[in-house]
Design a protein around this ligand. Structure first.
Ligand code: NAD
Length: 344
């Protein structure tokens, strides 16, 4: 573990298994300088358990950066559940996972991520209080995805203004990869603002809906990055910007919800050299954890959430300006700012 390329002084990496329910999970805590680790739990089928560990290490570090940059009283943590093969009892799985979260003793507070819903949070809540993203209760914040989508939409406007001087995104072509909880919400914002949508997903049902409701053009998943577009918005899983995909990306702006969009840190410089403005993912997609932080604070205040989204826009604009001044890639400028805040 200590030699793992993505190990970055993580405070704790916890492994859990429960043969009865089939649970195999990792809870990674990166840094708790500003508070307990806050970050969603992902349920995913990984090719190998090593891939799940890599995901947990990278995602928890990104949560430290994200929470520090959003000025939240949360540290960086992330839960990853390896999806059991075949049919499984979801209630038993999330009960076992709830016990795992409880065992970490409050150094990690969970919420939703890919493959996990408020219903699952309700099951976790039967085993531990270290859970947010609930849709009932005194400070319940519900599914964080709409707030994440709002933050991504705002970030697209900031990036377009910075790159082109345009105040409006009307008429712009935006390629959206992944129409899940965040991606579809983002498309609704973009459609309402007059943008043209080119979209993909591996789920045909959401594609049909996007075509009917939003007039979106549908393309195959393997070509979405390469379509003629002004903005590319990765909203599926990580690694959308890679050595293989980058030379084919025609958009000059990349802003999306997905965590870890750059397949490697070097992709940030590669974007810069190609004249592509990359908006660092953990700045752009902080809306969800901002919403969760409002719940964790004990009294959900929508005005506080809005003020944090306003601040997110300013942070992103500052990163773009600093990167330009220093002729440095935006991801490294953001990482440096985050690490300074975390004193690591
Ligand atoms: P989701 O599971 O609801 O949606 C993901 C979508 O991507 C699904 O519709 C899925 O079918 C699609 N997809 C998967 N593989 C694909 C592929 N190869 N090509 C095209 N589509 C593909 O997840 P979500 O909550 O919308 O999150 C999307 C991304 O944003 C994730 O990377 C997540 O970590 C990140 N994120 C989400 C939140 C949030 O509030 N939900 C917050 C921060 C970051």
């Amino acid at each position: 573990m200590f030699d793992h390329p993505d190990f970055d002084g993580h405070e704790g990496v916890h492994f859990f298994s429960d043969p009865t329910s089939g649970l195999q999970a990792i809870i990674a805590g990166h840094n708790t300088r500003f508070g307990p680790g806050g970050g969603g739990t992902r349920l995913w089928s990984y090719a190998t358990p090593k891939d799940a560990i890599t995901d947990a290490l990278r995602l928890s570090r990104a949560m430290s950066y994200k929470n520090a940059m959003a000025g939240l009283k949360l540290g960086g943590g992330k839960g990853v559940i390896i999806r059991p093969e075949g049919d499984f009892d979801r209630t038993a799985l999330f009960q076992a996972y709830g016990r795992a979260v409880q065992a970490v003793g409050g150094r990690y507070i969970t919420a939703e991520d890919v493959g996990v819903s408020p219903d699952d949070m309700r099951i976790i809540k039967t085993q531990t209080d270290f859970v947010a993203g609930l849709d009932d209760g005194p400070a319940a914040s519900g599914d964080p995805s709409p707030v994440t989508a709002d933050g991504v939409f705002r970030s697209i406007k900031v990036a377009v203004r910075h790159a082109t001087g345009r105040e409006s995104i009307e008429g712009l072509r935006v390629a959206v990869q992944g129409l899940g909880h965040v991606g579809y919400g983002l498309c609704e914002h973009l459609h309402a603002a007059g943008a043209h949508l080119i979209v993909t997903d591996i789920n045909k049902v959401v594609l049909d809906r996007a075509k009917t409701e939003l007039g979106a053009i549908i393309v195959e998943p393997d070509v979405i990055h390469a379509v003629d577009a002004d903005v590319f918005a990765p909203c599926a899983l990580g690694g959308a910007v890679s050595e293989a995909s980058l030379p084919e990306i025609k958009a000059k702006i990349i802003v999306g919800a997905a965590n870890n969009q750059l397949a490697s840190v070097e992709m940030g410089e590669a974007c810069r050299q190609r004249g592509i403005l990359y908006a660092p993912d953990y700045i752009v997609n902080a809306g969800g954890i901002i919403n969760v932080a409002a719940e964790v604070s004990g009294s959900y205040d929508p005005n506080w959430v809005k003020s944090k989204l306003d601040a997110l826009e300013i942070t992103l604009k500052n990163i773009f300006m600093l990167a330009e001044e220093r002729s440095e890639p935006t991801n490294l400028v953001a990482d440096q700012m985050a690490r300074e805040r975390l004193k690591i």
